[in-house]
Design a protein around this ligand. Sequence first.
Ligand code: PLP
Length: 234
Amino acid sequence: MGRTAETELMIEAEIRQNLDVVRGRLRDAATRADRSPANITLVAISKSQPDERITAAFAAGQRVFGESRVQEAQTHWQARRDEAGDLELHLVGPLQTNKVKDAVGLFDVIQTLDRPKLAEHLAREFDRTGLIRRCFVQINTGEEPQKAGVTPDAADGFVEMCRGLELPVEGLMCIPPADQPAPPHFALLGAIAARNGLSRLSMGMSADYEAAAELGATHVRVGTGVFGARAARH
Ligand SMILES: *Cc1c(COP(=O)(O)O)cnc(C)c1O
């Protein structure tokens, strides 16, 4: 066996094991909270990962992936998108209005709907193309000035506005402040969703996806826990 093939097999074994660990922990967390593990989708966040690691995750049966940048997602996923019918791609990073067309063309789910102007652009693009993409509204639960997302106070009005534009808002997403315990933020997200009649919650990353699953996450976004450490950002 050549060196390259051997390395590929090792990477695949590593990622298969990571996926097994994450899925097992999600099952345990679901059991603790009296929830069905089937209601928790693992979104494997492949941003900044080399292509062979994505291939390995795919070979290991993972089909739901997330990316934070439209352009990088195109290089990772455009060809795979055309090959695999059961692939589901989520955008989990900020979306500029000039990238809406590309994003709608590539992603199945936009998790970062966070302002009226973006809502209007998405509605127009869905209308124009007939590609109606599922949406999550991003909530800035920690009200951090540098972070994207609608503040908890403005959430109800924003969801209503999105519904007025006939956007298929399915749920809410949050990224809690790095320096605070995450569970209160998960609970707040759940409360905002409940009072708006939304049933889906995207919350929890590698460090805290079990807590998120116990607090009602329907989507957990796990990057390093699945793929290993990311390359540094340029
Ligand atoms: C990078 C990223 C993740 C995954 O983070 P890990 O700590 O590697 O699991 C999840 N959500 C968003 C929005 C991200 O940008």
